[in-house]
Design a protein around this ligand. Structure first.
Ligand SMILES: NC(=O)c1ccc[n+]([C@@H]2O[C@H](COP(=O)([O-])OP(=O)(O)OC[C@H]3O[C@@H](n4cnc5c(N)ncnc54)[C@H](O)[C@@H]3O)[C@@H](O)[C@H]2O)c1
Ligand SMILES: [Zn+2]
Length: 353
């Protein structure tokens, strides 16, 4: 599947057994002679061997570089370590950075690729469902600061995205569900028929049944790719992808990025956005119930954690998507249709609401 971005266009390959032949594809798309495979131990242990072998068979010098696991380590300190490892490897302009792992690895390795030597080619090889349908597509890379998520970053499109669905077998069910939150988001944004398909197949998707899963990954990627192609640098439409993320990011920051998965925070944010849209009269009654019902079947949380309102308000004010005092809140107009509505934090979270 292509992502259409003019001279920065790139293909997304989706399939089974992909890691075994991705090396030659990477060689063809980047012309690199060296590949740094950046990964975390839990993923590298299982999948780096196959990928390194296929890179070497394609004639590249390949090395695995391990970074620390978890969103709490997606920061400047870890990026600094990664730069050092790239220097040790002798990475130069003829080198490619291959991010093998979830969105955390993709964002961190992507950020290093965007900045090391003012930019090295990047290949995304996502191994979580969330990274497959969302984080690996679109070119946003970055790290967190203590005061907020993804506050430092860049746009750096990959040369290629390689999605091997076989890697999902080792992914814990809680992580699968978290990825499905972004799939639900894609359906809500622009495809009611796709949303119905997710409703029909929710349990099969959690069990990774191939026939249900492949088309869903494909469609979710396509929706993300379409929206990115319409607005690569997030001046307008791309902000729709923040559905559920305004509150989601606030929840993650309030939890200090611990104990809660990104997709779970997004699920709460999506459910909140649906309820709020309904309360504001922006979408028909019943939409919020349907959204909550689906997320609930996936084992995802739909109620906001109980932090004081003023904590939420100050977290919302740090969000970088702030424009003047208003935030472009992504509201639902129905299943498959969303719209940006500029609201102040206090309007998003009215007192006693
Ligand atoms: N750049 C973007 O556009 C974008 C979009 C959405 C999310 N994100 C970012 O992505 C991050 C979240 O990504 P995530 O949900 O993939 O989490 P993650 O990368 O932290 O991975 C979750 C856990 O699963 C493990 N894991 C990964 N693949 C596995 C596999 N195949 N088998 C077993 N274990 C595996 C990891 O080691 C990790 O412990 C956040 O930092 C978020 O900000 C970025
Ligand atoms: Zn997200």
């Amino acid at each position: 599947m292509p992502v259409a971005l003019g001279d920065r266009s790139y293909p997304i390959h989706i399939g089974s057994g992909l890691l075994g032949w991705l090396g030659s594809e990477i060689a063809r798309h980047t012309k690199a002679t060296r590949a740094a495979v950046v990964t975390v131990p839990a993923v590298g242990r299982r999948y780096a061997g196959t990928l390194l072998r296929s890179l070497r068979e394609a004639g590249l010098e390949a090395r695995k570089i391990a970074v620390r696991d978890g969103d709490a380590h997606k920061n400047l300190r870890e990026a600094g370590r990664l730069y050092e490892a790239l220097v040790d490897f002798g990475a130069d302009r003829a080198s490619v950075v291959v991010a093998l792992g979830g969105g955390t690895v993709g964002d961190l390795a992507g950020f290093a690729a965007a900045t090391f030597l003012r930019g090295l080619p990047l290949v995304q090889v996502p191994t979580t469902l969330l990274a497959m349908v969302d984080a690996s597509v679109g070119g946003k890379v970055g790290v967190n600061l203590p005061r907020g998520k993804n506050l430092v970053g860049a746009f750096h499109q990959p040369r290629l995205v390689g999605i091997d669905v076989d890697t999902l077998v080792s992914l814990p069910v809680r992580q699968r569900a978290a990825g499905l939150a972004e799939v639900v988001k894609a359906g809500l944004l622009r495809d009611a028929v796709f949303f119905e398909r997710i409703e029909r197949d929710a349990e099969k998707l959690l069990r990774l049944e191939r026939d249900a899963l492949l088309p869903v990954i494909e469609r979710a990627c396509a929706i993300k790719a379409e929206i990115v192609a319409e607005d690569e640098r997030e001046s307008g439409r791309r902000m729709l992808l923040n559905l559920g993320h305004t509150l989601g990011h606030a929840i993650e920051a309030l939890a200090r990025y611990r104990g809660i998965l990104h997709g779970e925070a997004v699920a709460m944010g999506i459910a909140f956005a649906a309820r709020r849209s309904e309360a504001l009269g922006l979408c028909p009654r019943g939409v919020a119930g349907r959204v909550e019902g689906l997320l609930g079947r996936m084992g995802l949380p739909t109620d906001l954690p109980r932090y004081p309102r003023r904590a939420y308000l100050s977290a919302l004010r740090v969000d970088k998507k702030r424009r003047e005092a208003r935030i472009q809140f992504v509201a639902l107009r129905g299943i498959g249709r969303a719209e940006l509505v500029p609201l102040t934090p206090a309007e998003i979270l009215p007192a006693g609401g």
